[in-house]
Design a protein around this ligand. Structure first.
Ligand code: PGA
Length: 249
């Protein structure tokens, strides 16, 4: 495990109001003291807070991302929807795409279109993949990962702006994490799959699903791990920072 260029992404999901963003001050102070400037910290709040948080973290190393986008890249008559151009103009540098909480209403092909749209706007994509508990029990994890990755990367040549977030769907918000051997096996599979089709390109694979400061040390043993996507433990900066500290010390 190399821990000098890890990325830590806070996924606030449908949480956070204006009054909560002062808590990010702790993360700002922490990041200012960080000696290793290669460590990346990203906050993905609801759309409503992107520009406010962006304003707060300006002049720091902390970046801001969105949690989803519409697949259409152009402006248009899509009431209530937000695309890559709009999040970019609000201050986002990153976007989460394919999160398992959205996968029941978006197909692999739609996810592919979203990734293409995001890359077109020079956004960094946090692309989520992972199997359900049933798929794991049926031994179809590899099959699912292969389908998710191959369809999502269709017609995409350059993957250096894509971060692959392996998030077993059954581990999200449940307090359960896979065993290390299983994680290494799946990371290795993902790595082989990507490197076979996208030769010699650099990319990162991170883990998400019930990461907290108690299990971080165990998860850090995953070979080739390059960071974490963190949901509930990122809502309080203190918990989020604890995970980062454990990971880089
Ligand atoms: P969790 O969420 O850390 O609360 O399990 C992770 C995620 O959904 O990205």
């Amino acid at each position: 495990m190399t821990n000098n260029n890890m990325i830590f992404i806070a996924n606030w999901k449908m949480n956070g109001e204006k009054k909560h963003i002062s808590d990010i001050d702790k993360a700002i102070n922490f990041s200012k003291k960080l000696k290793n400037k290669k460590i990346k910290i990203v906050y993905c709040p609801p759309y409503t807070l992107i520009s406010k948080i962006k304003n707060k973290v300006k002049n720091t190393n902390i970046k801001v991302g969105a949690q989803n986008i519409h697949f259409i890249n152009d402006y248009g008559a899509f009431t209530g929807l937000i695309n890559s151009k709009l999040i970019k103009s609000a201050g986002a540098d990153y976007v989460i795409i394919g999160h398992s909480e959205n996968r029941s209403f978006e197909s692999d092909l739609i996810i592919n279109k979203k990734i293409i749209s995001a890359l077109k706007e020079n956004l960094k994509v946090i692309f989520c993949i992972g199997e359900t508990y049933r798929e794991k029990k049926n031994n179809s994890t590899f099959k699912v990962l292969k389908r998710q990755i191959s369809i999502a990367l269709k017609n995409i040549e350059k993957i250096n702006n894509i971060i692959f977030a392996y998030e077993p769907r059954w581990a999200i918000g449940t307090g359960k994490i896979p065993k290390l051997a299983e994680l290494n096996k799946n990371f290795n599979y993902i790595n082989n799959l990507i490197s076979k089709s996208k030769k010699k390109q650099t990319y990162q694979i991170i883990y998400g699903g019930s990461v907290n400061s108690k299990n971080a040390l165990e998860l850090l043993k995953i070979k080739d791990l390059k960071g974490f996507l963190i949901g509930s433990a990122s809502l309080k900066s203190k918990n989020f920072i604890d995970i980062i500290k454990k990971s880089i010390n």
